[in-house]
Design a protein around this ligand. Sequence first.
Ligand SMILES: *[C@@H]1O[C@H](CO)[C@@H](O)[C@H](O)[C@H]1NC(C)=O
Ligand SMILES: *[C@@H]1O[C@H](CO)[C@@H](O)[C@H](O)[C@H]1NC(C)=O
Ligand SMILES: *[C@@H]1O[C@H](CO)[C@@H](O)[C@H](O)[C@H]1NC(C)=O
Ligand SMILES: *[C@@H]1O[C@H](CO)[C@@H](O)[C@H](O)[C@H]1NC(C)=O
Ligand SMILES: *[C@@H]1O[C@H](CO)[C@@H](O)[C@H](O)[C@H]1NC(C)=O
Ligand SMILES: *[C@@H]1O[C@H](CO)[C@@H](O)[C@H](O)[C@H]1NC(C)=O
Length: 504
Amino acid sequence: MNSPKFSVRWLQFMVMILSISVSSSVARIDIPRLSPTRGTILEQLDLLSSAAVSNDLQTFYYTQTLDHFNYRPESYVTFQQRYVMNFNYWGGANGSAPILAYLGAEGPLDDDLAVIGWLNDNAIHFNALLVYIEHRYYGKSIPFRSKEEAFKNASTLGYFNSAQAIADYAEIIMHIKKKLRALYSPVIVIGGSYGGMLASWFRLKYPHVALGALASSAPILYFDKITPTGAYFSVVTKDFREVSETCYQTIRKSWSEIDKIASQPLGLSTLSSKFQTCNPLTDSSELKDRLGLMYVSAAQYNQPPMYPVTVVCGGIDGSEKEDILSKIFAGVVAYRGNRSCYINPPTNESETKGWRWQTCSEMVIPIGIGKNTMFQPDPFDLNSFTKECKKFYGVPPRPHWVTSYYGGHDIKLILQRFGSNIIFSNGLRDPYSRGGVLENISESILAVSTANGSHCLDILPERETDPEWLIRQRKIEVKIIKGWMAKYYADLKSIQTIGFQAEH
Ligand SMILES: *[C@@H]1O[C@H](CO)[C@@H](O)[C@H](O)[C@H]1NC(C)=O
Ligand SMILES: *[C@@H]1O[C@H](CO)[C@@H](O)[C@H](O)[C@H]1NC(C)=O
Ligand SMILES: *[C@@H]1O[C@H](CO)[C@@H](O)[C@H](O)[C@H]1NC(C)=O
Ligand SMILES: *[C@@H]1O[C@H](CO)[C@@H](O)[C@H](O)[C@H]1NC(C)=O
Ligand SMILES: *[C@@H]1O[C@H](CO)[C@@H](O)[C@H](O)[C@H]1NC(C)=O
Ligand SMILES: *[C@@H]1O[C@H](CO)[C@@H](O)[C@H](O)[C@H]1NC(C)=O
């Protein structure tokens, strides 16, 4: 099937991409968390439970309100929401020492505890309490008693949205501050990708709860038509072309080669054996989608020291065989490593269900493939997207709600005169960076980008091999946040002095 209609579907529903990769010097390569290749990560379980996860984490549950925005009896239903704290570095309530709060994104919190290094790495500079909060409907924070019930239909999924999620975060942070008698401890919220969007929106909606936000790789402008729909794939293409012109050319020509073979009798079985697929291909789009997924994952998570795009192109350019598809397959092997089979290993759908609902309701990120990329053109088509979503859930998406509720259009004009204390960090090789805030908007709404960085790179754990530009990016972030805190403590002191004088 060469119908372009849904071939970007893998991107919309599956990769999403809006997730942090597991990074490891052991693992061959980094894989997006919600990708169909989740299996790769499962092989790295040793990594998840290893050094990166500190023994000092304590898990708690908060009795959360299902629906923060209505007063009907059913809104008062509660569920248990998981959060995790690390008190090791905290200066304590008495000195109003800070709180760094990680806002969970579209996945179980467990993975993030290992891969979000920024909090642990910087806690000592701030004498901070570390808090990590899980997003509702993920991991162990499931309403309606079971995942099965919660995901039953649009009636139960209806409470699964970003406004409810950040209201959850506000309640939990206020609860923690009250419990610890840390009412004046400044809170910095931190998030990456979708979680980065939540962090920036949290600062705008709850300025009384968070002093500031670090929003890493947050594509808050990839909604409506603020960012051109083709931007994402243009960057993927650019990433590959900059590494190797011949690699780019080979990939660009490979799609029609696949189509040509697929159209021949027994073509699919030829392709299946050529790519050593785990299961016989049922359609050439299956192969094309998985290859596409590999290229976008490599580009999005193009991290040092391996630089996956360089790895893939090394395979493609270094192939001993001359024909295009053998070269492409060599790229697959270079990226995946030696395996018994490739392309379509069994996947676990249940991992991607949550994000599918989110994209089908609120998080409509209209990514399409324009002309002049190394992919076959495949424009975003809202009508067919809507039809698909209605088929799944019976309700249509609301593609304009994010910008109605949080803004986004003319962001510089608007946020110059409203809001403060947000860092938008990006790596410009991350295809999502094109939907991010890349300009300084005001004195304290700042863009901190690196030319060669990838998705959420700055908030991953520090490593020996980190290049100088990455170390510098993190240092700038810490310095900016320290500045916000210094000002806050000065204001707090002067207010408390005045209050003290008034009382006496
Ligand atoms: C808290 O701070 C006050 C004034 O700074 C000090 O007198 C008091 O001893 C401190 N309490 C604790 C438990 O550290
Ligand atoms: C969803 O399931 C619940 C419980 O079975 C039911 O009461 C409700 O009517 C269903 N909603 C929709 C939209 O089908
Ligand atoms: C993969 O297998 C090939 C041939 O069997 C071998 O030459 C190569 O070293 C292997 N690569 C890795 C990374 O194990
Ligand atoms: C899929 O993932 C879910 C949640 O992580 C797990 O409970 C389930 O056993 C997995 N299913 C398979 C077939 O691996
Ligand atoms: C924004 O300001 C910060 C802090 O001064 C600076 O580090 C950064 O380079 C600026 N960003 C841009 C895009 O100019
Ligand atoms: C980014 O990478 C390119 C190619 O590897 C290199 O030429 C360039 O100097 C790097 N830029 C920075 C700012 O490090």
